[in-house]
Design a protein around this ligand. Structure first.
Ligand code: ZN
Length: 423
């Protein structure tokens, strides 16, 4: 059935306005609430009884399918985290984490307070199955029952949310990490409740560095501190995993120091792209091409997008502002990535700023001369690049923070030689 049909049926059932019912349903579906659960909520909002429930079948987790309406499973609780979301203008606290049994593990979301903790063995009755990025997840709603299992559930999966930073993935909930705070700053954002103070920075352990945001500023989060952050969640921010600390997280000072490498981890291009996005990584390769849209470009004054033929993709005809940029393809034999140089790095490789570039373009009556000059300078040479790598529908892009020619860098040559000896 289509949303329209569900709304029609529900509205006539409840004697409510169809448009309003449809809007309520849509906003719940936007949060991936399964349709039956959403209909129950809307029913209750309009004074109905929440609807009926069929008797679900007991299944092992490996057999749970997104097509199943609802299931009963007996599982071990691996993790439990809390998060606040907003729908229909109201904040709601949800619990999220993972269950496991002998066959598999599965993510869950609970819309009501739940009476279980990591390590518990429980039977979850009448949980709704929804699909999230191709995988089934369980949704625990008002019709769901939770009871202690008669026997402990054996599972090969580790109970608890402790992880190294390198193992965090977008979508992770209820994780615990031990990190050192590399940098942190206070920022004011225009959030859903108006202006809000947050902390934003970088944390590290021996395995990786990741960006962190504290949505409920904790005083312990200060530069140089070694901390245990419990119940954090991970989401993708500009193509890389970001650690999110909330009002539900626990932030504790550790009485030992968490050590972290001084610099970014160095990876092969293929390996880095494979990882699906990395914060602060170092790549070495040859520039094989300077792509179109490099050199002297124009940006939309409203959104910063590159303007082509006086047109912004979002804002139509605009008066573009001049800028410098390079999009260079870096290749190390294992893969390729597009390295993006900002205004300053572009000025470095070009050998002049925006005014010089404009003067050269004016003299030649052709903007392309700037890109050509950059091409002449960097194509065919080897560079060591450090920055954040995002991998998404736009491809693999590395926003460079540093872009150094290997031959210019004695330290790099030395480490290259040492690496050669070690092989
Ligand atoms: Zn624009």
């Amino acid at each position: 059935m289509q949303l329209d049909d569900h709304a029609e049926e529900l509205a006539s059932d409840l004697g409510a306005d169809k448009a309003e019912v449809k809007e309520d349903l849509q906003s719940l579906l936007d949060y991936n609430v399964p349709i039956e659960e959403a209909k129950g909520s809307v029913r209750r909002k309009h004074g109905g009884d929440g609807g009926s429930s069929a008797t679900p079948t007991a299944k092992s987790l490996a057999d749970v399918d997104p097509e199943d309406g609802s299931v009963t499973v007996t599982v071990r609780v691996l993790t439990k985290g809390m998060r606040s979301i907003r729908y229909q203008g109201e904040d709601q606290v949800i619990r999220e984490g993972e269950f496991a049994d002998g066959s598999d593990r599965i993510a869950y979301t609970a819309w009501e307070p739940v009476d279980f903790e990591p390590g518990d063995s429980i039977t979850v009755g009448n949980a709704n199955v929804r699909e999230w990025e191709g995988k089934p997840e369980l949704n625990l709603g008002t019709n769901t029952t939770v009871a202690a299992a008669s026997d402990p559930v054996e599972t090969p999966y580790e109970v608890g949310g402790d992880r190294d930073l390198i193992d965090l993935e977008p979508g992770d909930r209820g994780r615990t990490v031990e990190v050192t705070v590399v940098e942190v700053e206070s920022r004011t954002i225009d959030g859903r409740d108006g202006e809000t103070e947050i902390l934003s920075g970088v944390v590290a352990d021996e395995s990786a560095r990741l960006p962190v945001t504290d949505w409920d500023p904790h005083a312990e989060l200060e530069e140089g501190a070694s901390l245990r952050l419990s119940d954090v969640y991970v989401r993708e921010y500009r193509g890389v995993p970001q650690v999110n600390v909330t009002e539900f997280s626990t932030v504790e000072r550790l009485d030992r120091e968490i050590s972290a490498p001084d610099s970014a981890p160095r990876l092969g291009v293929g390996e880095a792209v494979e990882s699906g996005g990395l914060f602060d990584v170092e790549l070495v390769g040859n520039v094989i091409e300077v792509r179109e849209g490099s050199g002297l470009i124009e940006r939309c004054p409203d959104c910063g997008r590159v303007v082509q033929n006086g047109q912004c993709r979002a804002h139509g005809e605009v008066e573009g502002e001049d800028d410098l940029r390079v999009k260079a393809i870096l290749d190390d034999g294992t893969g390729t990535v597009t390295v993006v140089l900002d205004t300053d790095l572009t000025a470095d490789v070009y050998g002049g700023g925006i005014e010089e570039a404009k003067a050269e373009a004016r003299d030649a009556m052709d903007k392309e001369v700037v890109a050509d000059a950059i091409r002449d300078r960097i194509v065919g040479r080897e560079y060591r690049v450090r920055g954040s790598l995002s991998v998404d529908e736009y491809g693999a892009n590395l926003d460079a923070e540093t872009f150094v020619e290997c031959a210019d860098d004695p330290a790099d040559r030395a480490s290259e030689l040492l690496a050669g000896v070690a092989r």
